[in-house]
Design a protein around this ligand. Structure first.
Ligand code: MN
Length: 177
């Protein structure tokens, strides 16, 4: 885990994004996650999970799958600093990731399983999304950046029609161009 790549891609003073300084997490409790809606050259969502003092990050061109068994591409990107978990703003034209970044959801998560190959199963507990997802280093097309994110059935989840159902987003929100 290193923020070197994060720093290398950005010019301080030209982007409103947080600097690439490592810092201890101040949550003290469960690790945090954030999903940002990033209206860049191509609209996508960025999933970030607090791991070892940084935010491990994946770009999700189609967002997060919501139906159990559904699997979408998750492009592993550079680790981001913890401060990025609360970042929203406009990255100016000409800068890396230029476009509007909004926080689409955030919350805490539980690391349910971590495989030796780096694969992760997490239970997200946000305002909009709840449940189990697995991130698999699938090397799609032979590229190690190309992971899959898979929605898992969560036997511990409350039944459908729970009180949380009204917060479920319309699936159309997840579909980029
Ligand atoms: Mn992005």
């Amino acid at each position: 885990m290193s923020l070197d790549e994060y720093r290398r891609k950005r010019r301080p003073g030209r982007t409103p994004e947080p600097g690439g300084d490592a810092e201890a997490s101040d949550a003290g409790g469960r690790p945090v996650f954030v999903i940002q809606r990033h209206d860049a050259r191509r609209l996508h969502y960025d999933l970030r999970l607090e791991m070892h003092g940084v935010l491990a990050s994946w770009a999700l061109p189609k967002g997060l799958p919501l139906e159990p068994g559904e699997r979408y591409l998750a492009v592993h990107t550079e680790d981001h600093p913890m401060k990025y978990a609360t970042f929203a703003g406009i990255i100016p034209k000409g800068e890396y990731g230029a476009g509007t970044m909004e926080i689409w959801d955030h919350g805490v998560y539980e690391l349910v399983e971590e495989k030796r190959d780096g694969g992760l199963t997490v239970r997200l507990d946000g305002d909009r999304v709840h449940g189990l997802w697995t991130l698999v280093p699938a090397r799609l097309g032979g590229d190690e950046k190309n992971w899959l994110v898979i929605k898992k059935h969560d036997p511990g989840a409350p039944q459908e029609r729970s009180e949380r159902a009204p917060y479920a987003p319309a699936p159309v929100l997840f579909r980029g161009p």
